[in-house]
Design a binder for this molecule. Structure first.
Ligand code: PBG
Length: 310
């Protein structure tokens, strides 16, 4: 009876697994603050993607961890950069079974750890960054990605990326915009996963204030106007009110990201035997779905999909 009348259902199709690929390693390296998550080599990444595809997981979201960082983050658009090499292999191996997406940002690639290039005043230069985002988008699309996911929250990024993709003949490449992204403390473990330390300052200049919901709605509306094919609210469980509001008015599919800190808290409490980890994880993800997400990025994608498959 409960099953018959359940208002919300969750299928592996709704899930996207974030995956990390690190340049210059042969064996996967576990991320200590994200139990179950690894930095992959290109070949173990492809194996993991095949496993996720066999479980019916809807998509993967690739993050590159380069060996060399510089001021502009130039490895991010190098055709021979680790993310591009990984994307090409993933597109070939699993591109027909699941959606291969790539995070589009510079923080993994810049010495500063910021999402863009710094101007003379030491602040991120929004407009100079847009041009670089265009190059990254084209490099990822050339490599065969189906969806680029800009996560830097620069003003005008969706329009700039759409323009760059179209000019390069990639009008079929979709954009999943991290449209409402909060300057949250819940991204801590992620920074371990991508070897990023923010050298100076923080991201409050370009990410949203956790105290505010209305500006998130405005940001989402702008991104849709600029051509976003899907929009994301991030983090997940801590921002369900914003997600529900966005899901009510969005004309495009809505995604949410159960971020590293949210995942790590569940895993840590479970490790101490204080909560039932798999049950809490499933409840979190179901809550995100109930609030209106069509797509849920989660580090627990394989476990959750495994459970759903019986
Ligand atoms: C930026 C990016 C971040 C996350 C996804 N894309 C880090 C940030 O904005 O600081 C966070 C994901 C997580 O915490 O799980 N490239």
């Amino acid at each position: 009876m409960r099953r018959l009348v359940a208002e919300t259902s969750l299928s592996p199709n709704n899930l996207v697994a974030p995956l990390f690929v690190r340049e210059g390693i042969d064996e996967p390296i576990p991320v200590p603050s994200l139990p179950g998550v690894q930095q992959h080599s290109v070949s173990t990444l492809v194996e993991e993607a095949k496993h996720l595809a066999s479980l019916g997981v809807g998509g993967i979201l690739v993050f590159g961890v380069p060996q060399r960082k510089d001021a502009t983050g130039s490895e991010a658009w190098n055709p021979a950069g680790v993310a591009q090499i990984a994307i090409a292999e993933l597109a070939e191996a699993v591109g027909d079974q699941m959606v291969v997406m790539a995070d589009l940002c510079l923080d993994e690639y810049t010495e500063s750890g910021h999402c863009g290039v710094l101007g003379a005043d030491g602040d991120v230069d929004n407009d100079a960054t847009l041009e670089l985002y265009g190059r990254v988008a084209v490099a990822q699309a050339d490599a065969g990605v189906a969806v680029v996911a800009p996560s830097g929250m620069m003003d005008g990024q969706v329009a700039a990326i759409r323009g760059a993709l179209d000019d390069a003949g990639h009008s079929g490449t979709a954009i999943l915009a991290y449209a409402a992204k909060y300057a949250s403390s819940l991204y801590g473990p992620f920074r371990d996963a991508v070897d990023v330390e923010i050298a100076c300052g923080d991201r409050r200049g370009y990410q949203q204030d956790p105290a505010n919901a209305r500006e998130a709605i405005r940001e989402v509306a702008l991104d849709i106007e600029e051509g976003a094919d899907m929009v994301m609210v991030k983090p997940g469980v801590a921002y369900l009110d914003v997600l529900a509001e966005v899901a009510r008015f969005s004309s495009v599919p809505v995604a949410s990201y159960h971020v590293s800190g949210e995942y790590a808290m569940v895993m840590a409490a479970a490790e101490r035997g204080w909560i039932d980890g798999p049950a809490v994880m499933a409840e979190h993800v179901l809550a995100i779905r109930r609030a209106g997400a069509d797509i849920i990025c989660t580090y627990a994608a394989a476990e959750l999909a495994g459970g759903m498959n019986g």
